[in-house]
Design a protein around this ligand. Sequence first.
Ligand code: ME8
Length: 535
Amino acid sequence: MTQPDSFYVTTPIYYVNDAPHIGHAYTTIACDVLARFKRLEGAEVKFLTGTDEHGQKVDKAAKAANIDPQSFTDNVSMHFRNLVNTGDNLLNVTNDDFIRTTEPRHKEAAQAIWQRMKDNGHIYLDSYAGWYSVRDEAYYAESELIDGKAPTGADVEWVEEESYFFDLSQWQDKLLEFYDANPDFVIPKERFNEVKSFVRGGKDYVQGALKDLSISRTTFNWGVPVPGDEKHVMYVWVDALTNYLTATGFPDTDSPSYQQFWPNTTHIVGKDILRFHAVYWPAFLMAADLPLPQKVVAHGWWTIEGEKMSKSLGNVVSPQELVDNFGLDQVRYFLMRQVPFGSDGNFSKANMVSTINADLANNIGNLAQRTLSMIYKQCEGSIPTNTPLTAADIKLLELARVTSNSTNARNRINELIQYCAFDQIIKDIVAIGSAANEYIDEQAPWALKKTNTDRMNVVLYTLAEVVRCIAIMLQPFTPEASKKLLDQLAIPDDQRLFEHLTEHYALTPGTPIEKPQGVFPRMDEALAGDIKNAS
Ligand code: ME8
């Protein structure tokens, strides 16, 4: 037997200065979809999410709320925990762990990586004088400021203090060599080009383009103490990035989880924090003599009804509002379908309703409901016979297993998933649904009922088989509805993997099916509610 692949996928850990919103839900759902795909491929998966609880931004938020930072983070972290399966699981997420950077296991790991970098001669004490943005938790050079603000629009403040530095300037060539040797390290390619350009110092190579990085603070104490010099706390990004290692058992590099998963790591992040993950993080890891992740995938940014999401505009969309208004599977589906992963997206209620109705209600839901209810009523509630198949039946069955580029569906999905091309996978699945709806109209099983029941049986068998394939492929996106469809078809739990897609005639004639129930109701625009104004 071959060893199953191991796969480790992480969301960024979320700042606990404020409650979760649609952007956090998007990253979390994308990781969940990827984790579920890998499991369906037969891989052993570890999926991590959690909260980033230290640093000045969280400290300030706690002070503003007049609550000590530990109680403050306990409370806000719980809202993030409740999105996933270590809490209420609002988003139906299959994470294996939820890390909080205030946990002792993490403090130990953060201090261990610091010590390794220090022992290897990459950390030195000096003093920092420059600009800092608390909102971005990032340092900016004078030359980067635009009208006295950070390039992100965030306010900056002048900071002068004793600080430990990481010798980032020494890693320029090593990083560029690493990028050359790993052409898929950052996805999408355009973002990788931006990263390389930053490290090269612009378009052409500029020696010394990377500046050493201040990695400790003394003016507040909400952080992990620097080993051996406790008046300093670590710069929150050194602490935060290390969370990915902590959850594998680091600093115990002999732990089975570290051994199995750390070399097989994919980080999914928003484009705003790509530099931290694709430049600083690999440099820290090289400095600590630790292996680098395999891949960093950067996704785009969501606007709401065409506007930037912000508290002051009052248009922040919470995951709870989304789920309450549109349904959980529908939200998961829409977010993955709406934009190619990596591109920016716009959330609009009108788009959401039209996508749900076109793809899920009218196409796939309608196909499943028409097929299953006819089988239930006309075939004595069990899977009908499948012989003899005609050329039209075989063509449709092949399409359900073989998608547009003429490779087997399993291979095609595997290829697309390397690039997190979730929207493309969805489009392939929807195309199968459209073809099956055309087939049902052409074959008109409701007419065959009176003229040729043998042929009606074969047509319904063919359609049920297509519904089975669609339901298997949709599982990562719409896990609840897919489960209901596969349950209705009486597919055993252990026969819902991608390897079962390519099995011909997986449905056994004579198997009783459950009374069908619609899984994707049509949305009434008026009922969707104006989520922009929902309280
Ligand atoms: O950056 N659209 O945490 P964070 C899409 N703690 N995604 C969005 C978004 C939007 N409008 N707004 C936020 C941090 N996000 C650090 C990470 S990792 C070691 C430390 C997403 O809570 C985006 O993916 O500010 C961003 O990367 C993530 O939320 C976390 O944001």
